[in-house]
Design a binder for this molecule. Structure first.
Ligand SMILES: [Zn+2]
Ligand SMILES: [Zn+2]
Ligand SMILES: [Zn+2]
Length: 296
């Protein structure tokens, strides 16, 4: 209908930073590069290209930490909650907007996968979209490899993007837990949150635990996220008193086997993302009788 605004609102997890975007989107792509995976803590990051006149900050620009991992572009994040927030892209005519921050139906779907040569073995790449090993044709930015730190004698180890925070676990996780709730989508600024569970008894910090900052939603809501205060990458998180540590799948540097998965809060999934595998799906949490089987 003519005259109806198509502008879509986006915000970080804590809500301090808010913005709006309008179509058309110059690109809508899943990026599998290790820098996006670490910064978002997710299996991959999904972003849209939005022209300057279709992008507007609504609130909170003073809360943005202007982190830069490479010379090409910034990877800004919210100082309070760690969500990755929009950045001026490699093509300065456009903003690169993390799709996970946006509300509602975008009326558009991702069109391509990039940096699939760096993809996680756990990432879904089973759709028919074009797949580019690195940048798509036409983009000539230098490709920067970030060092991977593999801890000796650890089954699993990982780092944040800036390297301040490093951790390891002596046993491999058994399952990949994907959560599509609006909070995980905002905290990762991604299609969904992907977490690997390990016991506190096998987990250790290698360095940087003191650089990890926690943001918790105000009570009575029970949701918290932990992130590197220096770069905004999602960090391992252990709820108080829990026997389990949640590792952000995107932070892992060691090769992982193709783990079984479970999909939670699928009832809150973004309309632009489609689940194509056959692992169990639950509209919210699994029923109590399946918790042991799925989370042992
Ligand atoms: Zn925030
Ligand atoms: Zn960091
Ligand atoms: Zn969630």
């Amino acid at each position: 209908m003519r005259g109806v605004s198509t502008s879509i609102r986006g915000a970080c997890l804590c809500g301090a930073i808010a913005f709006s975007v309008s179509p058309p989107y110059r690109w809508f792509a899943h990026c599998h590069c290790s820098m996006c995976r670490k910064h978002h803590g997710a299996l991959f990051a999904t972003g849209l290209g939005v022209a300057h006149d279709a992008f507007r900050w609504l609130d909170g620009t003073d809360e943005i930490v202007h982190y830069r991992a490479t010379a090409a572009f910034e990877r800004p994040f919210c100082r309070r909650c760690g969500s990755t927030v929009p950045a001026v892209s490699h093509d300065e005519r456009y903003w690169h907007v993390p799709a996970g921050l946006l509300d509602g139906d975008l009326g558009a779907h991702p069109r391509t996968h990039i940096f699939t040569a760096s993809s996680s073995p756990l990432a879904p790449l089973d759709d028919a979209l074009p797949k580019h090993a690195a940048y798509p044709p036409g983009i000539t930015l230098p490709i920067v490899e970030i060092p991977r730190a593999r801890a000796a004698s650890a089954a699993v180890s990982g780092n944040c993007l800036c390297g301040s925070v490093s951790f390891a676990a002596a046993a491999e996780p058994r399952r990949l837990v994907n959560c599509y709730c609006s909070l995980c989508r905002r905290s990762r600024a991604a299609a969904f949150g992907s977490t690997l569970l390990v016991g506190t008894d096998v987990f250790r910090w290698i360095r940087g635990q003191e650089r990890v900052k926690r943001y918790a939603l105000p009570a009575p809501r029970q949701y918290a996220t932990d992130f590197c205060a220096d770069c905004g990458s999602l960090a391992p998180s252990a709820p108080a008193g829990s026997a389990t540590v949640m590792l952000p799948a995107g932070a892992i540097d060691t090769p992982l086997p193709r783990l079984p998965a479970v999909h939670l809060y699928v009832g809150s999934k973004a309309a632009w993302h489609e689940i194509r595998d056959a692992w169990p799906q639950f509209a919210e949490l699994p029923p109590p009788e399946r918790l042991t089987e799925l989370f042992r």
